[in-house]
Ligand binder design. Sequence first.
Ligand code: HEC
Length: 161
Amino acid sequence: MALPVRSLLRMLVLPVFLLSVVVWGLAHGQEKDDWPVPEEAKKAKNPVPASEAGLAAARGLYAENCAQCHGETGKGDGPMAEMTSPKPADFSDVHLMADMTDGEIFYKIGEGRMPMPSFKKKFSDEQRWQLVNLIRTFAPKPTPDSKKPGPAKKPDSSHKR
Ligand code: HEC
C-alpha cells in the first residue's frame, strides 16, 4: 500500500513483458512451420555475391541485431532465445537450410514475425542479402551424401537462468 505508484509500475514492467512473450509464444507455438512466404519472394535470386567485405559487414549487423536470439553461430541459442516460442531455427542445420531459399530468408529478415522484429526499414536490401550470405555460412554445404543428421543438433534448453 505504501509503495509509490512509480516503483510499483517499474516492478511490473519486466514481468509483464516476459509474460506477454511467453503467452504469445504459447498461442503461436504450433505455427512454427507455418510462416507463409509468397512464391514470388521465395524465387527471388540473391543479387549480392558473398564477398569477404560483405560477410564482414553482415557479421557486424548480425552480432548487434540477431545474435541475441539466433546465437553467435546461428544455432538459435542466443540468450533471448530462451524466452521465445517458437524458437529461432538452427541455421547450422543443413537439411533445414537446404529447404529454405535465399529469397525466403531475405523475405523473413525483412518482414520479421513476433517476436522477431522487421528489418525492412532498418537495413538496405543489400544489407539483407549480405545477411542471407552470412546465414548460409552457418550450415556446412550440403553434400550428395547428406543423409546423416548433420552436426549433432539437440534442442538445448538446459541452461535456464
Ligand atoms: C527477438 C529475437 C529475434 C531477433 C532479434 C531476430 N530474430 Fe530472427 N527469428 C526469431 C524467431 C523466434 C524466429 C522464428 C519465428 C517463427 O518461426 O515464427 C526467427 C526466424 C528467423 C528466420 C527464419 C528461420 C526460422 O527460424 O524460422 C530468419 C532467416 C531470421 N530469423 C533471421 C534473423 C536475422 C538475420 C536477424 C537480425 C537481423 C534476426 N533474425 C533477428 C527471433 C529473432
